[in-house]
Design a protein around this ligand. Sequence first.
Ligand code: PMV
Length: 347
Amino acid sequence: STKPISQVTCTAPVNIAVIKYWGKRDEQLVLPINPSLSVTLSQDQLCTRTTVAASVDFKRDRIWLNGQEQSIDTPRLQKCLGEIRRLARKRKHEEERSGDLLGCCVHICSENNFPTAAGLASSAAGYACLVQSLARLFGIDGDVSHIARQGSGSACRSMYGGFVEWTMGRAEDGSDSVAKQVAPAEHWPELRVLVVVVNAGKKAVGSTEGMQTTVRTSALVAYRAEHVVPSRQDDMKRAVLDRDFQAFGEITMRDSNQFHATCLDTYPPIFYLNETSKQIIHLVHRYNRHHGKVKAAYTFDAGPNAVLYLLQDDVPEVLALLKHFFPANANNDSERTFVRGLPDVCR
Ligand code: PMV
């Protein structure tokens, strides 16, 4: 006879860093060499939806991503599952809760509504969503961003909406390297995000390997972590709290540029930006110079796709500029094919 299934579904959005995380001081625990800060997009745009189910009838843990079964035996997945179960056992001991499910295997189904591993932070939304749904399934309350962090560093920031910082922490076990909301999305309702898909293919060098090589070979990244990011993180928090777009935009662009400079300083060097990315950078600076102030700010993660931050009123003008200079489907060249704006809902 089939026993009842316990099941939970969650969604988690992508986050886009304005102060970048690049480099771990502890590979096992995923502890960063510098703090970072990001904006979580709204639920209805780039997001992951995950359903987790537990039943005594399940013979082993299994996972499906976008409809295809994947191996559950990856270190990061095992880490997240193990940490959640450990916490659930601890709570059970304390509170006599979530007892029945603890012995059960889980089935996990996860879907992205956007291209996976295209430098669009799919792992961030994915692990945030996985950890959140498992925590709910096993009845764990409170912050579990330190567990999401161990799936993918940037995932801890997708556990919260709005403007989110990831603190470095001091504890040896990493328990205080967590995500915290700086301000909710409603704090700055005029802020908009445009995601310009330059290339939807898989990235050349994954972030795990990329940041390892950078930390091992770049002197610039150590300088950045020690002498640049700490004060920049404070300036960025102030810019967000003051809704100061001039400061927010300038720091965002400077920090993206410095992150990519550390990639160039890696030996052998890593190039995430392509010619189209560089043209977008030039276009944004020309546009800002024309207006005599920062009206749009770009940022790039481990890939060529641009993310532009701007204010609501300027969205039509910037979209028109992008469409003019980067017409969709021009020559059917895949690098220039998509220019996708998500003007209204993404923030
Ligand atoms: O969380 P990871 O391991 O995928 O690394 C993300 C790194 C960047 O996206 C480039 C920067 C960031 O802070 O999100």
